[in-house]
Design a protein around this ligand. Structure first.
Ligand code: ADP
Ligand code: MG
Length: 139
């Protein structure tokens, strides 16, 4: 299996609940290497660019307002099978439907405010990591 990169974001709801430490601990326990880490207050334009694939969805404006409400933690991760493994650790988009033991089940509040982001394909793992991190910031 190939070493992959994926992007995790600890979203504003989880930062407001002070769950950054618990989520970072879980990521480390799951065997991810943290190769980049930065706190940021996202500008609306940055959030809109990141979620551009969803711009026609009815929740797009709400999503961008949410993502810019409070700081987020941007986390570039590396691991064998990183993309699929992170998706399984975070769980379904809707915390109410997420499996027991997943991060969204544990810390998410609603389908909108679901605590964390995880890239959905190896290609997006690379693209999303480079959306927020320069190569020289990844170690
Ligand atoms: P995922 O984050 O699991 O990949 P999507 O890519 O479909 O899910 O959606 C991106 C983000 O948009 C979700 O994580 C969530 O914050 C928000 N979102 C998705 N569906 C809805 C919805 N029906 N209503 C409000 N917000 C939503
Ligand atoms: Mg997605």
């Amino acid at each position: 299996m190939a070493l992959e990169r994926t992007l995790c974001i600890i979203k504003p709801d989880a930062v407001e609940k002070r769950k950054q430490g618990a989520i970072l601990q879980r990521l480390q326990e799951e065997g991810f290497q943290i190769i980049g880490l930065r706190q940021a207050q996202l500008a609306r334009q940055i959030a809109e660019g990141f979620y551009a694939v969803h711009r026609e969805r009815p929740f797009f404006a709400e999503l961008c307002t949410f993502m810019t409400r409070s700081p987020v933690l941007l986390i570039a991760l590396e691991r064998e099978n990183a993309v699929q493994h992170l998706r399984s650790v975070i769980g379904a988009t809707d915390p109410a439907k997420a499996a027991e033991g997943t991060v969204r089940k544990q810390f998410g509040s609603s389908v909108a405010e679901n605590a964390v982001h995880g890239s959905d394909s190896p290609e997006n793992g690379r693209l999303e990591t480079s959306y927020y991190f320069q190569g020289s910031e990844l170690v």
